[in-house]
Design a protein around this ligand. Structure first.
Ligand code: IPM
Ligand code: MG
Length: 359
């Protein structure tokens, strides 16, 4: 019997619109090739243009409209003429936080045909998954501003960590590390300077580690971590970090793997009480919007994460094989990778690779 997956597509801003359109085409081609499932895409026009007309990034009942979908396929938010904190809190965080998508999973590998800026790295030495705490910490939204504009103005952003929030993300990371061949986890911290929440973070890591005797783990201060990622990438496998630390480290990871245009991310609600959300890490990139040269690879790779989450692992593998076949050919590289290919050409090539895949 053919299953139907209901996917809420929210392309939002800038190149988000171009890459999600490409992703929808590729996923439909994949479903057709596989034959055992199909997609129903419902498109939502929320984002900065919607904000300019309606004064909000999405309608008041927006979350209700997507609450029962099987997954959310998200493009990017951000526009040059709307403040970033409005676009972010009005749409992306307005979905992630209430839907309790507390595990943000960011795989990084150097795909075939892609060159890392690291001279000593050819490929297999860099194979990481960064697990980002996605519901609290520095993004908790706790804080405020008083006496705005006056000399005595005060502003605070309080990083809030809870035992529940820290335990569940650390446990998620240990489980993920355990499922990977090397069973290796690095817990990123800053407990030398931040002596309350980060000390609790470390304590919880040590407690949860007891449940996973077969996982080797170590602890790394975030500043030293940036050096280790560059100098000894082969010593890392699964990485867990706070919301802000992982935000920064994942951009570094993406650059070390060749381009931000490739890096995918999954916002997961592990308990499946709410739909999870899949998106490329790159932003809306207004400098190249409408030129047809956005790299759709991150959007295809995050579709693999979505398929795995839906329980369609063989289809995820087939899509990843098609993506790797295409990245291996430098004539199919977009400008962010130093090539001249267009979004259209890369998309067509991935679709052709799916159609020709008989594994
Ligand atoms: C990311 C992005 C976002 C973040 C931006 C768009 C606010 O950088 O997903 O890594 O910081 O969470
Ligand atoms: Mg980021």
């Amino acid at each position: 019997m053919t299953k139907t997956y209901k996917i809420a597509a929210i392309p939002a801003d800038g190149i988000g619109i171009e890459v999600i359109a490409a992703g929808v085409e590729v996923l439909n081609a994949l479903a057709e090739k596989t034959g055992t499932f199909r997609f129903q895409f419902d498109h939502f026009d929320w984002g900065s243009d919607y904000y300019k007309t309606h004064g909000v990034m999405m309608p008041a009942d927006g979350r209700e409209q997507i609450r029962n979908h099987d997954a959310i396929y998200f493009g990017a938010v951000g526009a040059p003429d709307v403040p970033d904190h409005i676009t972010l809190w009005g749409l992306r965080l307005a979905i992630c936080q209430p839907f309790d998508q507390y595990a943000n999973v960011r795989p990084t590998r150097i795909l075939p045909g892609i060159t890392s800026p690291l001279r000593h790295v050819s490929g297999p030495e860099l194979d990481w998954v960064i697990v980002r705490e996605n519901s609290e910490g520095e993004y908790a939204g706790v804080g405020g501003r008083v006496h705005q504009g006056h000399p005595e103005e005060v502003a605070t952003d309080v990083s809030m960590m809870t035992r529940t929030g820290v335990s569940r993300i650390i446990r998620y990371a240990f489980k993920l590390a355990q499922s990977r061949p090397r069973k290796l986890l690095t817990v990123v911290t800053k407990s030398n300077a931040q002596r309350h929440a980060m000390v609790m973070w470390d304590e919880i890591a040590a407690e949860v580690a007891q449940e996973f005797p077969d996982v080797t783990w170590d602890k790394m201060l975030v500043d030293a971590m940036t050096m280790r990622m560059v100098i000894k990438p082969e010593t890392l496998d699964t990485i867990v970090a706070t919301n802000l630390h992982a935000d920064i480290l994942s951009d570094l990871a993406a650059a070390l793997a060749g381009s931000l245009g490739i890096a995918p991310t999954a916002n997961i609600n592990p308990e499946r009480k709410f739909p999870s959300m899949f998106e490329p890490i790159h932003g809306s990139a207004f400098d190249i919007t409408g030129k047809g040269i956005a790299n759709p690879i991150a959007t295809f790779w995050t579709a693999c994460q979505m398929l795995e989450h839906l329980g369609e692992k063989p289809a995820a593998d087939r899509l990843m094989r098609a993506v790797e076949r295409v990245t291996a050919d430098p004539s199919l590289h977009t400008p962010d990778l130093g090539g001249k290919a267009t979004t259209r050409q890369v998309t067509d090539a991935v679709i052709a690779a799916i159609q020709g895949d008989n594994e």
